[in-house]
Design a protein around this ligand. Structure first.
Ligand code: C2O
Ligand code: CU
Ligand code: CU
Length: 490
């Protein structure tokens, strides 16, 4: 038996409940993908400043709604020294502009498509009605294009309406086109969308230029500077050899000796990271997690390192006042890979407030009230495509029909690494591999990293919006190769 056969057998047996799920150490530490090496010289580390994407200004506002406009177009970006990288961008930058919304205030984003191909926009983490959720065949055809004429195709632009009746959280928007999400996101179609609310504003958390959204990606480059991407030989996932934060390779950011809120987002197609600071401050616990995908945790959780899978967000506070002025603090991935560097300056922020011991009320869902249990098995088919419950994705064939307002327990069982994402509402992790949730499973999540031959149980309740939504692997090569399913709420 080769490794894949072993995994498949293990996953299938675990799925059938015959054996306890196992997680072979070697595989668990590996990456869910294959490196596609750059043919361009890799840029030097720590030479460029960290870009912070601009916050988008609404085109207009009225009593209930803020209206934004984003034009998607091709832009040459100076990512590598002396070269241009042709990117597909939201409004000319990568990441796209940050949209900032108030909880409960409606946001409408008009996306214009001036790219050469149809696109779909999904607000990841948004509690969004089905018609604005970015269903993969609800395409926006390019401006002026007569080629695409299906029922769900808009031509030129589409208005996405987001009620944002949800807690403050770090959301992100990205492309979700059927079978093209991997290449489209890789070329630059991703940006932050922050939701703020009064509860979070009332806490003494770092703000302004001490609140940094950090979009972490890996990419490879061709000799001419273009993004290097291909799925042939990389259907396990495309791994790049250059790590970028907010679109800049291994950047540097000067910081005061003060607290910073770092909104960590792994927007990579397939790569998982184990992020930690080097050096660690005396006493360790440098990364104080205050939030997860779905907003604030009830209480802060201190970590030396965080494991972050594609699409997950970790909201952490780092106190650079714990380092002497002049320290160069590197954010690293495991023991071998750099991510970025913070250069600690001489400015102290005197009497900084401490991170509150209680961040929000500890509400959760009660497993005794669950009315339905479902199992979703994520595995590779013999023909190489990726499936859920042995089905390759087909739009309009829901694998589940949850009733709005009822509590459900879903079990995700895997053969390989799969970061599993559920649209519409966040969930809580109930168990991992038959044990308590892991150290990175706290709070309200919308994506959970399921390890090889793993099993994760979540509890959720879908609310408000009837219609077709998605459940899928957020390894974008797996997603494009059919590891998606519809569920239909009603
Ligand atoms: Cu971030 Cu359906 O995806
Ligand atoms: Cu999503
Ligand atoms: Cu996957």
């Amino acid at each position: 038996m080769n490794r894949r056969t072993v995994l498949r057998a293990g996953g299938a047996l675990a799925a059938a409940g015959v054996i306890a799920p196992f997680a072979p150490r070697l595989l668990a530490e590996g990456q869910p993908g294959t490196l596609l090496p750059s043919t361009a010289p890799r840029p030097p580390a720590f030479r460029v400043p960290l870009p912070v994407p601009p916050v988008l200004v609404p085109a207009r506002t009225d009593a209930t709604t803020d209206y934004y406009e984003i034009t998607q177009h091709v832009t040459g970006l100076p990512i590598l020294p002396g070269l241009q990288t042709e990117a597909w961008t939201y409004g000319g930058s990568w990441p796209g502009p940050t949209v900032a919304s108030r909880s409960g205030r409606r946001t409408v984003v008009r996306h214009r498509n001036e790219l050469p191909e149809p696109v779909v926009v999904h607000l990841h983490g948004g509690h969004t009605p089905a018609d604005s959720d970015g269903y993969p065949i609800d395409l926006i055809a390019p401006m002026g294009s007569a080629r695409y004429r299906a029922r769900d195709v808009a031509t030129g632009y589409r208005d996405y309406g987001y009620p944002l009746d949800q807690r403050a959280a770090t959301l992100w928007y990205h492309d979700h086109a059927m079978g093209r999400t991997g290449p489209n996101v890789y070329r630059g179609l991703a940006g932050f969308h922050l939701v703020h609310d009064d509860e979070e504003d009332a806490l003494s958390l770092p703000r302004g230029d001490h609140d940094l959204p950090l979009m972490i990606t890996d990419r490879s480059f061709n000799e001419d500077g273009s993004f290097r991407y291909r799925t042939a030989g990389h259907m396990n996932g495309v791994l790049g050899d250059v790590v970028l934060v907010n679109g800049a390779p291994w950047p540097v950011h000067p910081v005061d000796r003060a607290q910073y809120r770092l909104r960590l987002l792994n927007a990579s197609n397939a790569r998982r990271y184990r992020l930690h600071l080097d050096p660690q401050p005396p006493g360790g616990n440098a990364l104080v997690q205050i939030g997860s995908d779905g907003g604030l945790l009830a209480r802060p959780v201190a970590h030396d390192a965080v494991d972050i899978a594609p699409a997950e967000r970790f909201d952490v506070v780092v106190d650079f006042g714990r380092y002497p002025a002049g320290t160069r603090v590197r954010l690293r991935n495991g023991s071998r890979q750099e991510v970025m560097r913070f250069d600690v300056g001489g400015t102290n922020r005197a009497d900084e407030p401490r991170i509150p011991a209680v961040l929000t009320e500890d509400r959760t869902l009660d497993p005794r009230r669950a009315v339905t249990r479902r199992t979703f098995v994520f595995r590779q088919n013999l023909n190489g495509t990726w499936t859920i419950n042995n089905q390759e994705y087909r739009p309009g064939r829901p694998l589940a029909r949850p009733r709005l307002g009822t509590t459900e327990i879903w079990r995700f069982v895997t053969d390989f690494h799969h970061p599993v994402h559920v649209h519409l509402d966040p969930f809580r992790v109930l168990s991992r591999d038959g044990r308590s949730p892991g150290p990175y499973d706290a709070g309200w999540k919308d994506t959970v990293d399921v390890r090889p031959a793993g099993a994760v149980e979540i509890i959720t309740r879908f609310t408000d919006y009837p219609g077709r939504f998605m459940l899928h692997c957020h390894n974008l090569e797996h997603e494009d190769m059919a590891m998606m399913a519809d569920f239909e709420t009603g």
